[in-house]
Design a protein around this ligand. Structure first.
Ligand code: ZN
Length: 143
């Protein structure tokens, strides 16, 4: 399995991860509404986690549902969620898995020393006990 992502969106996500360093950034991955695993846009979200934001993020569900409706009105769909791991590998943590939605892809940007590094994508299983990795394929155009 793989997930395609437009180069400019890939760059936006990496830039967002560097801007919020040393805190985690988070946002939505927007895809075409036809079920294809392709990211054509992203939406920055507020990290609403109440504690230290260097190794946790939380997206307000109301904010998420509002965006979900807006995206659907445009005929698009939320494909997944991205967030950053400041000074930590781009692997889905136990906390991330526990708070995941199994129908989303989770793209994580590792940010060692404030510079965006490795980008990996994970898909939780239905029970949210394990994840499988999907290959991130950066593409240059919308086709
Ligand atoms: Zn995480």
């Amino acid at each position: 399995m793989s997930i395609k992502i437009l180069k400019n969106v890939f760059d936006q996500i990496r830039a967002n991860a560097e801007e919020t360093y040393p805190e985690e950034c988070c946002g939505l991955l927007i895809g075409p509404g036809d079920g294809e695993k392709k990211v054509i846009d992203s939406v920055k979200m507020t990290n609403a986690y109440a504690g230290p934001k260097n190794d946790r993020y939380h997206i307000n569900p109301l904010e998420l549902f509002k965006e979900d409706r807006g995206v659907a009105e445009k005929g698009l769909a939320i494909t997944g969620i991205y967030h950053s791991h400041p000074d930590y590998p781009a692997k889905l943590s136990a906390y991330d898995l526990e708070h995941s939605f199994p129908w989303y892809s989770y793209i994580i940007v590792s940010v060692p020393n404030g510079k965006a590094g490795e980008v990996r994508s994970w898909v939780p299983d239905d029970e949210r006990t394990t994840t499988s990795e999907e290959k991130v394929e950066v593409i240059s155009e919308a086709s």
